[in-house]
Unconditional design. Structure first.
Length: 297
């Protein structure tokens, strides 16, 4: 997936700048190396970006392409997310060998693969009988494990399946109203050195303003909750006619408690709306839930 994303951005830059050659440098991160442990148990933030950011700070690369859902809300002071590309489908996807297009159609005590605590919390709130089977690896590996381990279903980001041209395997797209995606799911971000204005001038055409505003609201929400992509937090913003609506969720890992709400305001006030919604969920009891999750690590 990371290579697809890098080559996608390379191709777009080279089309826009004929004669400019963009090189790809593959960097293995801690998140890439640790494949036998659920992300939530690995702990820490930036599992998929730290090594890349070091190369960027050292000047070994000019830019880094990230899945924004993997990027911590606090960046090294030398760096910035200078561009947010247009978002792919932000929804989660259900893949079921039986063809089930709804959680209700999965068998009793179904075995469902995911390593996302966010997905686990929301699924178990809807189907407390299911067994969660930890699932790591790239898209192909996870799909293979679904067959090899005879799972009843797996949950993946629709964006990844679409980008890897495997959306035909999706048996249901999960509605964002009832199954809130991860913060910034489906969005690509380009990270650069703050001082490198020349690189920014080359890539700024890739920025998608609507997506950038939505992601800013979602990341402000996440930052106020002091969360990362390995905790049961969900946040998704949409923008229409200059108005931004942000839905957010904090849930217990086992789905026994879910705190969920939404807020609407001016799109340009997205970051403030994100903070306000986070504080509301914290006051509802989300803070206690997150303390228990962090304390269990």
């Amino acid at each position: 997936m990371a290579l697809w994303q890098a080559h996608h951005i390379k191709a777009r830059i080279e089309r826009a700048r004929p004669g400019l050659s963009v090189g790809i440098k593959t960097i293995q991160t801690q998140g890439d190396k640790i494949l036998d442990t659920p992300l939530a148990m690995v702990g820490g933030k930036g599992l998929f970006v730290k090594e890349i950011e070091k190369e960027l700070i050292d000047g070994a690369i000019h830019l880094a392409v990230h899945s924004m859902k993997d990027v911590p809300t606090q960046l090294p002071e030398e760096l910035e997310i200078s561009v947010i590309g247009e978002r792919e489908d932000p929804r989660d996807a259900l893949l079921a060998p039986s063809g089930a297009d709804d959680f209700a159609k999965l068998p009793k005590n179904a075995r469902v693969g995911t390593s996302s605590l966010r997905r686990q919390a929301q699924l178990m709130a809807l189907r407390p009988d299911v067994s969660i089977i930890p699932l790591r690896g790239n898209v192909g590996t996870r799909i293979r494990k679904m067959t090899d381990e005879k799972l009843d279903a797996i949950l993946l980001a629709a964006a990844g399946l679409i980008r890897m041209e495997q959306s035909d395997l999706i048996t249901a797209y999960l509605d964002t109203e009832t199954f809130i995606p991860a913060v910034a799911q489906g969005a690509l971000g380009i990270e650069t050195r703050r001082e490198d204005k020349a690189t920014y001038e080359i890539i700024k055409f890739l920025n998608h303003d609507i997506t950038a505003q939505a992601v800013a609201a979602e990341r402000a929400f996440l930052a106020r909750l002091e969360g990362g992509c390995q905790v049961p937090i969900a946040g998704h913003a949409t923008i229409a006619d200059g108005r931004l609506t942000l839905a957010g969720l904090v849930g217990a890992v086992d789905g026994s408690v879910i705190f969920k709400d939404k807020i609407t305001g001016r799109a340009e006030d997205g970051a403030a709306l994100g903070v306000t919604l986070a504080e509301k969920l914290l006051s509802m009891g989300g803070g206690k839930v997150l303390e228990e999750v962090y304390g269990a690590r």
